[in-house]
Design a protein around this ligand. Structure first.
Ligand code: MRU
Length: 354
């Protein structure tokens, strides 16, 4: 059985509380959009795809328990509430994309010969489908990434480095960059998966390490500051990371610390892969400097498990993400449609009408 961050059954949404992992496995029940906004903003659920799925399902569960006088009122509620959810965390584009798509789907239902009750259930179905679609998308990403990496080393066992958490806990299942690790492990070719601690929020130490142990994959935890030495001493074959937003030119926002890994990887000639569904690609933005970067509370840096470790009185800067320029993404951008060089991303996706 694999880990599940999001459970949807009998029209109820349960979200694994990632603030408690790895110590406790507890699910929070989300009954409406406001609670959905809160679990996303507090990072009880996190990871770009999981944020979008939980956001949409929180709307679905609210719709089930609401009544509307007509389709006009329903459309207004859907569009306002789904766009409110986008404000919970600004950097990952998946929630915004889902909001735009769900709004245009709802507008179409509003225009068409569909009853109020049918419109509600079709919108709920649309949200539920995100769960299944995400898992199949991730398996494709895993297999495309594995194929590319294994081909580049001529099919010997590989050592990979990953950052943050991009696994089952950040998605509906399987994962993106960790999905690539999983696919390589499944083919018997994984020598070692190194994961960074990922300060300040410790997604690597708390969540990726947990997933690696849970799945019995050969995993090794390092502190963020050890990545340079690791690449210098341990012959890493590839770095695989996720993405919160990829712009038209291939620049990629991902968890803080990704940029410095890409710089070090380039220095050591280690291929650097960004692994993400096309729902994380934002063709409306030309380059990475246009991406809004979320800043998080200082206590995430100064305190560990509620205990202050930083000197009182010190000022802090706590950006949750950084931008890796396209030229450092040397391995490629792994999507469910294939592996693209950043420079070919725009044309390849336009050809798919994305
Ligand atoms: O702040 P987080 O934990 O939501 O950040 C997560 C990441 O940066 C992931 O790499 C990204 O969302 C991709 S998850 C498949």
């Amino acid at each position: 059985m694999s880990l599940r961050a999001i459970k949807w059954s009998e029209n109820k949404l349960h979200v694994l509380d990632q603030l408690l992992l790895p110590g406790k496995t507890e699910y929070v029940t989300v009954t409406n959009v406001e609670e959905g906004w809160q679990v996303i903003n507090r990072m009880q659920v996190r990871g770009a795809p999981a944020i979008a799925i939980v956001g949409c399902l929180s709307l679905a569960t609210e719709l089930i328990h609401s009544s509307f006088k007509d389709k006009d009122e329903l459309l207004k509620a859907i569009s306002e509430k789904i766009h409110y959810l986008v404000t919970a965390r600004p950097t990952a584009v998946n929630m915004k994309r889902a909001a735009d798509q769900l709004t245009s789907f709802s507008k179409r239902l509003h225009r068409e010969n569909v009853s109020l009750a049918e419109m509600v259930s079709l919108v709920i179905e649309w949200c539920q489908k995100m769960l299944e679609d995400d898992v199949s998308t991730n398996k494709k990403i895993g297999d495309f990434g594995a194929e590319s990496i294994l081909k580049s080393v001529k099919d010997r066992k590989v050592k990979l480095l990953t950052h943050c958490n991009t696994g089952s806990l950040a998605t509906a299942g399987y994962g993106t960059a960790l999905g690539v690790v999983r696919s390589i492990y499944g083919s018997g070719q994984l020598a070692q998966a190194y994961c960074t601690e990922t300060r300040p929020y410790n997604q690597g130490a708390r969540l990726t390490a947990y997933e690696l142990v849970f799945e019995k994959m050969p995993g090794v935890l390092i502190c963020d500051s050890m990545a340079g030495a690791l690449m210098n001493n341990h012959k890493i074959d590839a770095v695989v990371v996720g993405a919160d937003r990829v712009t038209r030119n291939g620049d990629t926002a991902n968890k803080i610390g990704t940029y410095q890994l890409a710089v070090v990887a380039k220095h050591h000639n280690v291929p650097f892969y960004v692994c993400a569904p096309t729902t994380s690609i934002d063709l409306s933005l030309a380059e990475g400097k246009d991406i809004p970067i979320e800043e998080r509370p200082h206590t995430e840096m100064t305190d560990v498990a509620g205990v202050r470790i930083a000197s009182p009185g010190i000022s802090c800067w706590n950006p949750a993400f950084d931008v890796t320029p396209a030229e450092l993404i040397t391995g490629g951008i792994v999507t469910e449609l294939g592996v693209f060089k950043p420079a070919e991303l725009y044309d390849r996706l336009r050809a798919q009408k994305l």
